[in-house]
Ligand binder design. Structure first.
Ligand code: ASP
Ligand code: MG
Length: 417
């Protein structure tokens, strides 16, 4: 059995859905679990519809946009006479409207009960369409199988319960070897929907692969594979053919956007290979993450994060930055759920790089100000280079000012203005 994941961009139009169906058809000899995200930018739209986010007077228009977008795709994929999909879609959409009309309760909870409709709508349309063109499949509500705690918006997966549910479900007899299900969403023991964090569908596919021992997993993307740099910033990118599991984890940690950071660990534990392939050139080999020694070809890798804040924290009493000070700083960061992208300390100050977020920054300053002086710079760029040379660094930095730099044997990180 293979697990495929199709992201929002691979199902954002009728043509895209047809293309995806062609790919699925070309694997009809295999048993497949197909994990699908919400279509296009649907999740962003649904975030605006979480009760309390926007005035209720704006809901009608936003709902109409979402309805039109999906119904247009349905119109193009199915003939008018195919009543089933219209009836099913309208009844699902009515549930979304009901959810949006609820009074706000807790934001994170309301968020999950609302945004899950993106994946429910996309998989409903795709499952009906595949059946319609003769690819018999079973639609599965993954919220009954992937179990998390009650941490809404960032559900922590209960692997024991999830494995039990998925294994039991997988052992059931079924008439088809093609399953269609949702990425990103899950369920908890209170019977509510949870989600795994934005872009979490990769992780869903990896959880499923782990629990039912997939023979391989494939993420279908709009890029030819794992590139050594983001084509948004670099014109001559190199495709990496083979990536060791640990290298992929490091790269995702530094911010490579090609895979969700939590994706690799489960499949590494089961030694399952993860393919990254282009849905535009499905026959091309793409990239594979697996039990390799080194990346192939060995080439410098660049990861760029924009909108970074560099913060220097200095004890007010001119004491050294020592363990007790660091403990206070880290406890505060953790209470505020702030992720540190890079850090460095000297005798008298501690520097850290975090994503720009003025609200969190002001809370952090407030909490640390009794003990520390804080200095900061916003709007910086954090560049990570794996397998760097001095020449490469000079070229990348150009005339920009380096505010902080760190080097280990393989990796350098630079914060530039
Ligand atoms: N639809 C969700 C998002 O846009 C999950 C995903 O795409 O992986 O974040
Ligand atoms: Mg997506």
């Amino acid at each position: 059995m293979k697990v495929f994941k199709f992201g929002g961009a691979s199902v954002n139009s009728p043509e895209a859905v047809r293309n995806m169906a062609d790919i699925v058809r070309s694997y009809s000899d295999d048993s497949l679990v197909v994990v699908v995200s919400a279509m296009g930018k649907t999740t962003n739209k649904l975030e605006q519809l979480v009760p309390g986010v926007r005035p209720a007077s704006e809901h009608q228009e936003l709902l109409q946009e979402l309805y039109n977008y999906h119904i247009e795709i349905i119109n193009q994929l199915f003939p008018d006479a195919h009543q089933d999909i219209y009836t099913a879609f309208d009844s699902l959409f009515a549930k979304l409207k009901q959810q949006v009309a609820q009074s706000p309760t807790r934001y994170n909870f309301d968020y999950d009960q609302t945004v899950c409709f993106g994946e429910l709508m996309s998989t409903m349309i795709i499952s009906h369409y595949l059946n319609f063109i003769g690819l018999d499949n079973q639609w599965v509500d993954i919220r009954e199988l992937i179990r998390t705690d009650n941490n809404y918006r960032e559900g922590i997966v209960d692997f024991t319960a999830t494995q039990r549910c998925l294994k039991q479900w997988w052992a059931e007899p079924r008439q088809t070897s093609l399953i269609v299900t949702q990425g990103f969403i899950a369920g908890n023991s209170d019977g509510y929907t949870t989600t795994l964090g934005r872009e979490g569908s990769d992780y869903s596919a990896s959880i499923i692969s782990y629990c039912i021992d997939a023979e391989s997993m494939t993420i279908w993307k709009d890029v030819p594979g794992f590139l050594n740099a983001d084509p948004k910033y670099f014109s001559d990118t190199v495709k990496i053919e083979q990536i060791p599991y640990n290298e992929a984890i490091e790269l995702a940690y530094y911010g490579a956007s090609v895979i969700h950071p939590k994706t690799v660990k489960p499949i590494q534990n089961k030694n399952i290979q993860l393919h990254i392939k282009s849905f535009l050139t499905p026959d091309a080999p793409g990239s594979v993450i697996g039990p390799f020694e080194t990346i192939q070809p060995l080439t410098p890798l660049y990861i760029i994060k924009n909108n970074q804040t560099l913060l220097s924290v200095l004890p007010k009493d001119f004491s050294f930055i020592a363990e007790d000070n660091l403990q206070t700083i880290f406890a505060t960061l953790s209470q505020l759920n702030i992720r540190v992208n890079m850090m460095q300390n000297s005798a008298l100050s501690f520097s850290l790089c975090i994503d720009d977020n003025e609200m969190l920054l002001s809370q952090l300053r407030q909490r640390l100000s009794p003990q520390f002086r804080l200095r900061y710079n916003l709007g910086l760029q954090l560049i990570t280079i794996r397998y760097y040379t001095q020449d490469i660094i000079d070229r990348i930095v150009g005339n920009s000012t380096i505010l902080l730099q760190q080097r280990s044997r393989n990796t350098t990180q630079l914060i530039i203005q």
